[in-house]
Design a protein around this ligand. Structure first.
Ligand SMILES: *[C@@H]1O[C@H](CO)[C@@H](O)[C@H](O)[C@H]1NC(C)=O
Ligand SMILES: *[C@@H]1O[C@H](CO)[C@@H](O)[C@H](O)[C@H]1NC(C)=O
Ligand SMILES: *[C@@H]1O[C@H](CO)[C@@H](O)[C@H](O)[C@H]1NC(C)=O
Length: 357
């Protein structure tokens, strides 16, 4: 559902006594958000990668767990062509928009070099509805809207996000279309916009709009640029949280923008979950539907083989820039994107895996 902050993952890691349990089970953020103020010491550098080293002989442990009971709850998944409508709230540079648009265009770009974003999406495509229809292979970049005037202010509640969507579909000039069949509304807030629970509990979330606010029931997501508010939490590993500085160095972002490169993985997370659980009644684990654990929640922070706890897993490094990434997109772009829960293998999977596919 929501992408939680890296520092919460660390707190969760500390709250669990055994490092093996940490790498094997990734709890829903709200279950641990208030659980512990454990003093944060050396888990980030030594602890997690040490755990990873200790598990070297166990090949398939990226998030794998017998405790994960992902179930289908009979609701729809997005089987029609998906059209993503970005809504740029606040101040966005053309360069920042290019990065996020390139990622969205990459999801269906099967010609990109291996390991590709499109191959990453193939795990999302394994999820089906009651009729056996798969999540769509086609993800298109649709009409966009810019709200440069911060028309709902610089501090938004969760519900305000729906008002931003209301404004975009009712704009006097070039409103974005209402598309209940495959339309996804992606509100992106610039670095100077505060959003309820941003940085404290979440980096992004998805839900569906209420007819009373927007006039329609539409799947939507919000993702914020954390560059100035909490990059160590929401743009990890391109920044590290203050308590971990000195224990671990930040990775170089593949598109040269810590905040926006960090947003790419959060956007990917929300996109995968909107496609497989658009009305929050299809694919999720956990008994409580108000806190579902969805297909990307299960793999948060895992970007490569061996990932788990605070260890990202094995990443690729760009020879020229030294940037960390794990998949290729359109136009020679590189991205770092978290993995997705594989419904048959019962562990997290991504195109850069060294030991499967
Ligand atoms: C965590 O720390 C904050 C601030 O230091 C404090 O207000 C809060 O009560 C603490 N929570 C727990 C569960 O210890
Ligand atoms: C559709 O989903 C089924 C069930 O998960 C899977 O076996 C099949 O490979 C999927 N098809 C595609 C094209 O991904
Ligand atoms: C869906 O997208 C494909 C391209 O991937 C296109 O060929 C097809 O016509 C689209 N279908 C609809 C109903 O728009």
């Amino acid at each position: 559902m929501s992408t939680s902050c890296f520092s919460l993952l660390i707190l969760a890691a500390l709250a669990v006594p055994s490092p093996i349990a940490v790498v094997a089970w990734r709890p829903w953020p709200h279950h641990f958000a208030s659980s512990s103020n454990a003093t944060t010491t050396s888990i980030v550098g030594g602890g997690a990668s040490g755990a990873a080293a200790g598990l070297g002989t166990m090949k398939k442990y990226e998030g794998s767990s017998e405790f994960v009971k992902l179930r289908y709850h009979m609701g729809p998944v997005l089987t029609a062509n998906i059209t993503v409508h970005p809504i740029w709230y606040g101040s966005w540079s053309p360069k920042q928009k290019h990065i996020l648009r390139a990622f969205l265009r990459s999801v269906s770009a099967s010609a990109a070099p291996h390991p590709s974003v499109a191959a990453w999406w193939s795990t999302v495509r394994l999820y089906t509805d009651q009729t056996g229809a798969n999540v769509s292979a086609t993800v298109l970049l649709g009409a966009e809207h810019s709200d440069r005037r911060y028309s709902r202010g610089r501090a938004l509640t969760r519900l305000d996000i729906q008002s931003v969507i209301h404004d975009a579909v009712n704009a006097r000039r070039r409103p974005i279309p209402v598309n209940p069949r495959g339309g996804l509304y992606l509100v992106l807030t610039s670095a100077d916009v505060a959003v309820q629970d941003f940085c404290v509990q979440v980096c992004g979330f998805h839900y569906f709009t209420f007819p009373a606010i927007v006039g329609h029931t539409l799947p939507y997501a919000w993702v914020g640029n954390s560059a100035t508010q909490c990059p160590g939490s929401c743009a990890y590993p391109f920044a590290v949280p203050p308590f971990a500085a000195g224990l671990r160095k930040a990775e170089r972002p593949p598109n040269g923008d810590v905040g926006v490169d960090g947003m790419v993985s959060v956007v990917a997370h929300e996109l995968a979950e909107m496609a497989s659980n658009p009305l929050v009644n299809a694919w999720y684990a956990g008994e409580d539907p108000s806190f579902p654990t969805e297909i990307a929640d299960l793999c948060e922070g895992i970007y490569g083989t061996g990932g788990g706890g605070a260890y990202t897993g094995q990443l690729l490094v760009d020879g020229e820039s030294g940037a960390a990434y794990n998949m290729h997109g359109v136009g020679g772009r590189k991205f770092l994107v978290q993995w997705i829960w594989h419904p048959y293998l019962s562990y997290c999977s991504g195109p850069n895996a060294l030991d499967h596919q």
